[in-house]
Write a protein that binds this ligand. Structure first.
Ligand code: NOJ
Length: 531
């Protein structure tokens, strides 16, 4: 299959997201670490994925659990040190896997030395590395933030600094000040950060909130969102017209790509950039750039998370997404992350199995979030164990993310083999039976299904790099062909919990139900792959 070889690894492969705090603790402090990840690499390799993306591992006060970076070129002591990182990278590569880091360019921690300098005085050379503005006084001479922007975590996006008499901008927590990418020195320093990690052997980056990194000149007020209702987040009160998706951010994204491309051009050697982008299709697609000035390889596509779990809706969404891609754009899909509710909590375990089949058979690169291969469901977090700052900023909205960040249950030993101490977040309540060891020996488990799907995907170029054609299907069913060369596969997914009469044809390769498929029917909660 020559065609197979020409596709770069990040198109053929599957990415597995590790949330380091919750994967494996190796030193008994209840928090996961790099040595723990290294210890569990066999689990990742045996699943059959191709690359690992690590959520942030850098020194951090952990106000936003690592997305508040205090040193872009170091390792958080909770997780280990640079030597532990190098060991992990070597161990990942030794297994033929790739390793991606999380690059957080929009904001640092307020304890980053750059910000400490920046806030020390108005004439500090690093003052302009962040976004400082005078207050906007009203008619009574009272102090107000410079504009109406709202933080993504709620409240004003501006924090007053008494000592220097100005506000600074923070799109997230007040302790996450936004960096000023219009400042050439800051930009150079951040490009050096990318070089630092690329030189160390990284295979790419997931880029945090990429579409946020440059703001409109003059920082005009954002328009009000006429569709806002009080059950939505405060952020949604405004349309983020001037605070995100600026042309200058696209230019920087193209520079990231130029740099990444200098480190590898061969299909198996390319350094991949995955941009976190939340935008409607047409604007989302622009983050691929052009063939002459490409931007990120994969602008993350969250639409399986955002859309109602309904066959008609998903079929339309998939068709519209595919149609929006530029000719050189490669699709990608996710069903879970450290920010989104667990898929099995949202649609139930039976449908989560169908979702796994969908994720791993759609055209495009899938990213699989740790724990979804065990179908971890809703994890109740007692009030005194809540940690997520997003919850504390808007406590009535039920948007806490702790329930998706709970530790991986490895076995039935104390603390599920995750740690010798009480973990930083509670385990899933069913951990004595829902754990890696139990699922490994259970042919009907989600882990077994996930492995089988990944194995099939590796065997069948039709699934990894083949073309896709959506099919007409009875109500409640999502169906498509995947084909490459002579091989054509058909995927039927029953997104409901009732049997649906269906005259399917072909040789069954895999059913989400495990048992033999029955002629004339797509059973309740069944997904089928046919040759
Ligand atoms: C997106 C990350 O995925 C999320 O966890 C974080 O809180 C924000 N960006 C801010 O960095």
């Amino acid at each position: 299959m020559t065609q197979h070889k020409e596709h770069p690894w990040w198109q053929r492969g599957v990415i597995y997201q590790i949330y380091p705090r919750s994967f494996q603790d190796s030193n008994g402090d209840g928090v996961g670490d790099l040595a723990g990840i290294e210890r569990r690499l066999d689990h990742v390799a045996s699943l059959g994925v191709d690359a690992i993306w690590l959520s942030p591992i850098f020194p951090s006060p952990m106000d936003d659990f690592g997305y508040d970076v205090a040193d872009y070129c170091g390792v958080e002591p909770l997780f280990g040190d640079l030597a532990a990182f190098d060991r992990l990278l070597a161990a990942v590569h030794a297994r033929g896997l790739k390793l991606l880091l999380d690059f957080v360019p929009n904001h640092s921690s307020d304890r980053h030395p750059w910000f400490l300098e920046s806030r020390s005085s108005r004439d500090n050379p690093k003052r302009d590395w962040y976004i400082w503005r005078d207050p906007a006084p009203d008619a009574n001479g009272e102090r107000h933030p410079p504009n109406n922007w709202i933080s993504d975590f709620g409240g004003s996006a501006w924090e007053w600094d008494e000592a220097t008499g100005q506000y600074y901008l923070h799109a997230f927590l007040p302790s996450q000040p936004d960096l000023n990418w219009r400042n050439p020195e800051l930009k150079r320093a951040m490009m050096d950060v990318l070089r630092f990690w690329l030189d160390r052997g990284m295979d790419g980056f997931r880029i945090d909130v990429l579409w946020h990194i440059v703001k409109a000149e003059g920082l005009p007020d954002n328009p009000l969102n006429p569709e806002w209702t009080p059950d939505r987040t405060q952020r949604d009160q405004l349309i983020q017209l001037h605070s995100t998706d600026q042309p200058e951010a696209h230019a920087i994204s193209a520079e990231f790509r130029q740099l990444a491309d200098r480190y590898g051009v061969q299909p198996n050697d390319q350094r991949v950039l995955i941009g976190e982008i939340f935008l409607p299709n047409e604007r989302h697609a622009r983050w691929y750039g052009t063939p002459d000035a490409p931007q990120v390889h994969l602008p993350f596509n969250f639409q399986l998370i955002e859309n109602e779990w309904n066959a008609t809706r998903l079929q339309t969404m998939i068709a519209e997404y595919e149609a929006s891609l530029p000719p050189h754009g490669w699709p990608n899909w996710v069903i879970g992350s450290h920010d989104a509710p667990r898929i099995a909590a949202r649609i139930g375990e039976a449908q989560a199995r169908v979702a796994m089949m969908l994720l791993l058979t759609l055209r495009g690169t899938p990213t699989l979030y740790q724990g979804d291969e065990l179908a971890i469901g809703e994890v109740p977090i007692p009030p005194d164990r809540i940690r997520d700052p997003q919850h504390f900023r808007q406590p009535t909205l039920n948007i806490g993310r702790d329930r998706s960040r709970t530790p991986i249950p490895w076995d039935a030993s104390p603390h599920a083999g995750f740690s010798t101490a009480e973990p930083w977040l509670p385990l899933n309540p069913d951990w004595p039976t829902r754990n890696v060891a139990a699922q490994e020996s259970d042919p009907a488990s989600m882990r077994t299904l996930t492995r089988a799907l990944l194995q099939l995907r590796r065997q069948e170029p039709a699934l990894s790099i083949g073309a896709m054609e959506l099919l007409d299907a009875p109500e409640g069913v999502l169906a498509y062909h995947r084909h490459a060369g002579e091989q054509r596969l058909t995927i039927w997914l029953n997104l409901t919990s009732t049997d649906i009469p269906l005259d399917w044809k072909g040789t069954p390769l895999l059913s989400t139900l495990g048992s033999e498929p029955q002629p004339g029917v797509l059973r309740a909660d069944e997904g089928l792959i046919l040759a």
